[in-house]
Design a protein around this ligand. Structure first.
Ligand SMILES: Cc1cc2nc3c(=O)[nH]c(=O)nc-3n(C[C@H](O)[C@H](O)[C@H](O)COP(=O)(O)OP(=O)(O)OC[C@H]3O[C@@H](n4cnc5c(N)ncnc54)[C@H](O)[C@@H]3O)c2cc1C
Ligand code: SF4
Length: 330
C-alpha cells in the first residue's frame, strides 16, 4: 500500500489568510483543493510538499455567479459535480458542464474542483508510477532524474497536459484570477499554460487561483470532444475544444480550435482557425480545419495508445466537433 509522506496540514479561514500562509511556509508548501491529483502524486513521491494548505472549504471560492448575458464567475473550489449540475451553467455554458461530465468518475468529481483541474500536473507513462518503479529506471528529468525517457536527447520534458477543462477554457477565452500576498492579477487562460512538462504553468507556486471568469456568450457556440480508452473513466489522450462565432449569413466571425492531451500545454491551432475565419461554415472548411489540426498534433509515445493513431484521430475528432457546431444554435 502506498502511504502519504508526513506533512503539516493547514486550513485558512479566508483567501488572504491562505495567501499569507503559503508566503510564510515558503517553496515547500502547496495548496490542495479536492486532493484527487495532489494526494496520489504525494503517495508516489512525485510531489513532496512539507506543508499542505487546504482551500476546498473556503466559502469565497465556492461561489457561482452570473449568466450568459453578463458572463459568469466560478470560484476555483467549485466541485466538478456542482459544475455538471448547475442549472445556469447547463443552460448558458452547457459545453463546460458537458466537458466536466467527461472527467474521471462520479466519486472523484464530487471531490475534484475546477481549480484543481485547470492546474493538474502534466502526465507521462514514465512519471505516473510509484517511487520504486521510477527508481528502477533511475527516475527522469521531471522528478529526481536527469534524462527524458521519451525523448532522450531533449532538453525539455514532454509530459502531457491532461486536463479536460483546460482546452475548453482556452477556447472560450476564459480568464483566471490569481491572488498572492503580493497582490492579485488576471490572466487569460491561454497564458496560464507553458509548453514545458515541468514548468507547465505561468503561475507562481505562491499564487492561489481564486476565480474563473467566462465572458458573455454573445452568440458563441462551443463543444468539447474527448478520446480515451474507457468511456467510464480515463484521462484524455486527445481533447478537441472548438469555439466559434457564426454570423447569420453563415460566415465564421471568430474561431478558436484547441487540442488537449497531445503536448505539455493546450495547443491553439492557428492554421485551423485561419481556415475558418471569414469563410462560410461548410464541409470544405471543416475538412480544411481538421487537416490543419492533424498536421499540428504531434503526440509522443508517453500516454495510452499508439502515438501515430492518436495523431490520426485528430482529424475525425475535429470534424465531429465542428459538424456538431453546425447543427446547434448559439
Ligand atoms: C483515477 C483518476 C482519473 C482521473 N481522470 C481525469 C480525467 O479524465 N480528466 C481530468 O481532467 N482529470 C482527471 N483526473 C484528475 C483530477 O481528479 C481532476 O483533474 C480534478 O479536477 C483535480 O481537482 P482537485 O481539486 O482534486 O485537485 P488537487 O489534487 O487538489 O490539486 C491539483 C493541483 O492544483 C493545485 N491547486 C488546487 N487548487 C488550487 C488553487 N485554488 N490555487 C492554486 N493551486 C491549486 C494543487 O496544489 C495541485 O498542484 C483523474 C484523477 C484520478 C485519480
Ligand atoms: S516526458 Fe520525459 S522528462 Fe517528462 S515525465 Fe516523461 S520521461 Fe520524464
Amino acid at each position: 500500500m502506498m502511504r502519504l509522506p508526513k506533512f503539516t496540514y493547514r486550513v485558512p479561514k479566508n483567501v488572504s489568510e491562505a495567501a499569507r500562509m503559503i508566503a510564510d511556509a515558503g517553496p515547500e508548501a502547496s495548496f490542495v483543493a479536492g486532493g484527487t491529483d495532489l494526494y496520489p502524486n504525494m503517495k508516489r513521491r512525485q510531489q513532496t510538499p512539507k506543508t499542505v494548505i487546504s482551500v476546498t472549504r473556503l466559502r469565497e471560492l465556492r461561489q457561482i455567479q452570473g449568466d450568459a448575458i453578463g458572463g459568469m464567475v466560478i470560484g476555483s473550489s467549485v466541485s466538478l459535480t456542482e459544475l455538471c449540475q448547475h442549472p445556469i451553467i447547463n443552460r448558458d455554458y452547457g459545453f463546460v458542464a458537458d466537458a466536466a461530465r467527461l472527467i474521471s468518475t462520479p466519486i472523484l468529481r464530487n471531490m475534484g474542483t475546477i481549480g484543481g483541474n485547470l492546474l493538474l500536473d502534466t502526465r507521462c507513462n514514465y512519471y505516473d508510477q510509484n517511487y520504486e518503479w521510477r527508481k528502477g529506471i533511475n527516475f527522469c528529468m521531471k522528478k529526481d532524474g536527469e534524462i527524458c525517457w521519451v525523448a532522450p536527447s531533449s532538453p525539455k520534458c514532454w509530459a502531457v497536459q491532461s486536463s479536460d477543462l483546460a482546452p475548453v477554457m482556452v477556447a472560450i477565452g476564459a480568464r483566471v484570477k490569481l491572488v498572492s500576498s503580493a497582490g492579485e492579477r488576471m490572466l487569460d487562460a491561454r497564458d496560464l499554460y507553458n509548453d514545458d512538462g515541468i514548468q507547465y504553468l505561468h503561475k507562481r507556486p505562491d499564487e492561489l487561483l481564486t476565480e474563473i471568469h467566462f465572458s458573455p456568450r454573445n452568440g458563441m457556440r462551443a463543444v468539447y470532444k474527448k478520446l480515451r480508452r474507457r468511456g467510464a473513466f480515463d484521462f484524455p489522450v486527445l481533447g478537441v475544444a472548438a469555439a466559434l462565432d457564426i454570423a447569420e449569413d453563415g460566415t465564421v466571425r471568430s474561431a478558436r480550435l484547441i487540442l488537449g492531451g497531445v503536448a505539455p500545454s493546450p495547443i491553439e491551432v492557428e492554421e485551423a482557425q485561419k481556415a475558418l475565419i471569414g469563410e462560410r461554415f461548410d464541409q470544405d472548411r471543416i475538412n480544411a480545419a481538421a487537416e490543419a489540426c492533424y498536421l499540428k498534433a504531434r503526440p509522443l509515445d508517453n500516454t495510452d495508445f499508439v502515438m501515430g493513431w492518436r495523431k490520426q484521430m485528430a482529424r475525425p475528432f475535429v470534424q465531429r466537433a465542428l459538424e456538431e457546431l453546425r447543427h446547434i444554435s448559439p
